[in-house]
Design a protein around this ligand. Sequence first.
Ligand SMILES: Cc1ncc(COP(=O)(O)O)c(C=O)c1O
Length: 411
Amino acid sequence: MRSSVFYGNWGGAYIPEILHQTFAELNGHVRQARQDASFWREYQGLMAEYSCRPTPLTLASNLTRYLGGAKIYIKREDLNHTGAHKANNVMGQGLLVKRMGKTRVIAETGAGQHGVACATMAAKFGFACTIYMGAVDVARQRPNVFWMEKLGAKVVAVEDGSRTLKDAINEAFRDWVTNVDDTHYVLGTACGPAPFPELVAWLQSIISKESIIQVKERHGKLPKRIYACVGGGSNALGAFYEYLDTDVELVGVEAGGLGLNSGKHAARLASTDASAGIAQGYKTMFLQNSDGQMLETHSVSAGLDYVGVSPILADLWQKKRVRFEAATDAEVMAALDLTIKKEGIIPALESAHAFAQAFKEAPLLSPEDAIIINMSGRGDKDIFTIASAYHDPSWQEFIIAKAKEYRGDRP
Ligand SMILES: Cc1ncc(COP(=O)(O)O)c(C=O)c1O
């Protein structure tokens, strides 16, 4: 991927003047790191020791048999330390922060996975850490908030706007502007002003650098298609990166929510509801009204309901290099259920979007073909959402009993 500020019509760095110097410094460090082979070696070594890399490429033999058609491989980003691909980005940015000599990190988080990953990185490197999280997401992802705080981070619940990820990003930028000297903003996805889209995509490229070797070893040739869910776009870009110059078909799966005609979804590139706009420091396709006000989005998964999308993906969409599809909440729950029952693997609700689309298409391919589903994270964090969807009475009784126990403990 070429180093750039713009990707076709998309991207840029629309930042306040007070951040110009900070961005100039960050750009310099990113350029240096990319040219310095020792940075990648140090990063790979750290990820091997701390985050179980390389993550396996698992053949889902039961699902393959059950669905018929292509061989289904799963790239296991859930096996990273902290349970998701987010570790790839934060550990890499942590190494950069050390090089920059800064002592404090801030981050936004949606599902809470990036927040936990960032708080973990801060604990390991000894940085002070503040995490901004929309108040709605704080309520949806309470276990992740618990762990961020235990890891030593301060978690700020953002009450502005729709109280989700975009509002958390705005708040993180407000903090950065006043604390530029000692603070680095660890942006969690391949969005925002340059160099973040490229920096995050590059760090996440460790996924496809591994999978391209693994799939050739296992399958003897490149896969037919790769599926990845798309929130901001970081796991998808990481999973696609090394295949961009091949003829492997790349499929990004967005949150179809209650359906693309319902107005309750978060599909920016798979629907016709988004339009070009500039917000949060960059130009991309946003779900916004004709006045440029951001729309409320909906998804069963907290990590896929962002209003914008990586400018790199917007460019690949426009060039038709990546196909975008949407999976509805109902399709996602069905795919999750099937994967749990057939493989004993619990994908995150975000990742289950990629599984849902792959399950629609795999039976139509030949057994000679292989597909890779990028499993961006594990589903343990989603237990409350998943349990409510299952309407499991024994789980409800357990929660009620726990609540009573806590109430009874009070003096
Ligand atoms: C497990 C998981 N997958 C995917 C995403 C979406 O982010 P991205 O599109 O940047 O990979 C998130 C975001 O929180 C996540 O937690």
